[in-house]
Every structure is written in C-alpha cells, then in structure tokens.
Design a binder for this molecule. Structure first.
Ligand code: CTP
Ligand code: MG
Length: 187
C-alpha cells in the first residue's frame, strides 16, 4: 500500500519533470552566464502605466533555455520508454505523442505561465523578485497543464496531486538552491 503511494508520487514527479527542469533552467542559466546575448528582458524594459510590463527577471534567455530543457527531457523520456526504463512510474505514452511538439509546449507552458504570473504581479505592485505565495509556486505547472492539454487529456487524478506535490516540494528545492547559492532568495 505505502509502496503504491510512493510509486504514484514518483510518477507525478516524472510526468512533471519537463516542467520542473524547464522552470529551474533560467536560474541555472543566469548562474552559469550561458548565452549572454539572450540576456535581454522580454518586455524590452518597457512600462505600462508607470509599472514594468514584466520586469528584468523575465529574459529571452530564460524562455529559450527552458523550452530547450523541457524538449530534451521529453526526448529522453521517449528514449526511456523505448528501452522500458522507469516503466513503473510512466503515466503517459510518449510514443503516441510527437515528442518535439509536446516538449516545446511543455516548456512554453511552464515559462509562459511564469511570464503571465510576472505580468499579474507587476499590475498589483509586487516588485520584480518579491514573493507572491502560491502563484509563484504553481505558475509553471498550471502553464504546463494548459498548453500540453492539446496533446494529453490530463485528468483530475493527475492534476490535483500534481499541484499539491509541487506546492509541498517547492520550498524544499528552493532552500536547496539557496543553500548552494544558485538562488539569491530562499523562496
Ligand atoms: N529568469 C529569466 N528568464 C525567465 C525566467 C526567469 O532569466 N523567463 C531568471 C532571472 O534571472 C530571474 C530568475 O530566473 O531573476 C528567477 O526567476 P523568477 O523567480 O521567476 O523571477 P523573479 O526575478 O522572481 O521575478 P518575478 O517577481 O517577476 O517573478
Ligand atoms: Mg521569483
């Protein structure tokens, strides 16, 4: 019984892995200073009614590396399925999907969710980098589900546990990132 829960938990993480790693990629890219020519704000530094449209935290580099990482992860997941690797925790049939399209949509969804959230944060006067609890944690997962829904008809049995696991797991990964000085703030 306990084992079944553990497998389900691992399966949710495995399914969301393209989104999780896409969401971490911009922070790592910033830390490692990769693709410096893409380190330009998506909003071009423009404002809307005296407030940043998105703010300096949303760059083209983050978007590009995020989509690249999610696509690479989905590619690997398809390869793993071919070799029957990690079959116990696989929830979706990667062969029935176009891995390239699914990977790109997963990354665009994750990073797009994050961008949409920043847009909303600026409108309600939350400064770039300041916390907006729950929305900061779930933005990328919601974006992932929304855009990939065109490829996989996600059910509530996956959706709600995914949100809860992400909410619960987020502080842990952030604190690890902060500890290793990858992230500037612990949230
Ligand atoms: N990042 C990026 N491009 C993106 C998303 C994130 O370059 N599209 C990088 C930025 O260096 C950013 C960091 O990842 O500072 C952390 O991302 P996030 O917490 O989403 O952004 P914040 O800086 O906190 O900005 P906001 O308040 O708008 O969420
Ligand atoms: Mg932030």
């Amino acid at each position: 019984m306990t084992n079944e829960y553990l497998i389900f938990f691992a399966a949710i993480i495995y399914t969301l892995l393209p989104a999780y790693l896409a969401n971490m990629a911009p922070v790592l890219a910033q830390k490692l200073e990769v693709l410096p020519f893409l380190k330009k704000p998506i909003d071009g530094g423009h404002q809307l009614n005296g407030k940043d449209i998105l703010g300096p935290g949303k760059t083209w580099r983050g978007l590009v590396v995020g989509v690249f990482v999610s696509t690479a992860v989905v590619f690997l997941q398809s390869i793993f399925q071919y070799f029957h690797f990690l079959e116990e925790i696989r929830l979706i049939d990667y062969f029935s999907l176009n891995w390239l399209l699914f990977g790109i949509l997963a990354g665009l969804g994750a990073l797009g969710g994050d961008i949409a959230k920043s847009f909303a944060k600026r409108r309600i006067n939350i400064n770039s980098g300041d916390a907006w609890p729950v929305f900061d944690q779930l933005d990328f997962v919601l974006g992932f589900f929304l855009l990939t829904y065109t490829q996989v008809q996600w059910t509530e049995v996956i959706f709600w546990p995914a949100l809860i696991i992400t909410l619960a797991g987020h502080p842990i990964t952030n604190i690890i990132g902060y500890y290793f000085k990858i992230k500037k703030v612990w949230w």
